[in-house]
Design a protein around this ligand. Sequence first.
Ligand SMILES: Cc1cc2nc3c(=O)[nH]c(=O)nc-3n(C[C@H](O)[C@H](O)[C@H](O)COP(=O)(O)OP(=O)(O)OC[C@H]3O[C@@H](n4cnc5c(N)ncnc54)[C@H](O)[C@@H]3O)c2cc1C
Length: 440
Amino acid sequence: MNLVWHRADLRLHDNPALSEALKAGPAVGLVVFDPNILQNTTPRRRAWFYQNVAALREGYMRRGGSLLVRTGLPWEVLPRVVGELGVKGVFAVRNSTPYARFRDRKVQEALPGRVRWLEGQYIHEPGSILKPDGGPYTVFTPFSKRWWAAQAPVLLEAPPRFPGTTLPPEYDLGTTPEEAPDIPLPPAGEEAALGALEVFLRDKLPHYHQTRDGLAGEGVSRLSYYFTLGVLSPRLAARRALEVGGEGARKWVNELCWRDFSGDLLYHRPQMLNSAFDPRWDDLPWNDDRDLFAAWLQGYTGIPVVDACMRELRATGFLSNRGRMVVAQFAVKLALLPWQQCERAFRDLLLDGDNASNLQGWHWAGGLGVDAAPYFRVFNLITQAETHDPGGAWLRRWVPESDGRPYPYKTPVLDLELARKRYLAAAEKIAKKAGAGISS
Ligand SMILES: Cc1cc2nc3c(=O)[nH]c(=O)nc-3n(C[C@H](O)[C@H](O)[C@H](O)COP(=O)(O)OP(=O)(O)OC[C@H]3O[C@@H](n4cnc5c(N)ncnc54)[C@H](O)[C@@H]3O)c2cc1C
């Protein structure tokens, strides 16, 4: 018997761990509810995880297989299950966040020589796209050139059946908890994700390059919450988009390249969890103002575009990329709120919340040294709304007080012009002192 330990790969299609386990013989699946992850997140994100685990279990059962679930620390749970079932090999898709690497080292130590790690969370694994001199990239464009030139991964079919996986009838498969989310959740499971991918490819992909930037997030795939839990394979999604082809497809697959770039950045620089990618930016005059933080987080700053973003995020768990850039810029550059707290609170609200992509997004939008984003670019929040929500329908929906107009609907928590000048003055000093304004 072999064990497939599912983590951020809650799928049967294109799953290299599952495929290799089945080559080695009969296999059962396992999901561990790790308190180090689940106790530190929000009900909506736990509920989303549990629902996708339940859908995965149904997928196993329909094919005559079994998915076990257990609660506890993986380095304690896995040896127990291995002992109980006489497991020969454990197969898992590699994860590369700092906690995942710590966890997997401990599991490996507990089961020496028994675990095989496989690729599959990304299109190209963090650490695999390197500069000609062998070092990691810090700027997206050269990374993306190498990424596009790399050989596409071989895709794998979902197994039609799980042959010969008979567990003792009294063996407890475990129960997946149910948790009430505070928002309506999208349909869970890989069938829903694969269906949503096909609808996106048919209806939106051809125009994606022209429509992706709207604040309402109508021209985009909204597949991120499936990618984050690995319910949908990014490798399959990229392949399908490129089969459809065209400018929209190229642009969309390039966004999946941004996802890989994010994973790569965190893999090489785990310190970006707490400190600015370019540590010079840690010296900005951060303003730990609790009321300002609460106004930002709750969506009551008085600035329509910021409030619409945060209210939409709170109500749905999703926000467009443009909206994410707007609120992160506001928090970091204008409000000078400690970015680590904002990044964390923001991630807790996102259904797609992901360490690597969120950190990259906050660093990029906040000018903290990722990529070649210049520190001196500060969004005009009125123009952002006018350009990316022409007509104001999205603003009106989320901030009815604004009546769809981008101007403050009450005295804002910040004087935007003063805040911009304050930030630029501080940022220029830092940039001058260090001799450059952007990372390279
Ligand atoms: C401040 C900030 C925080 C962010 N936090 C997250 C996060 O926690 N989780 C997350 O998945 N994405 C995050 N992003 C990236 C991006 O905003 C979302 O992936 C995207 O908006 C999700 O919508 P979609 O699925 O419709 O994307 P699409 O436009 O359809 O793009 C397809 C896929 O490409 C990937 N992608 C797109 N844009 C980016 C990007 N800029 N960086 C990395 N991957 C990208 C996502 O997996 C996405 O599902 C963040 C961006 C910013 C600016």
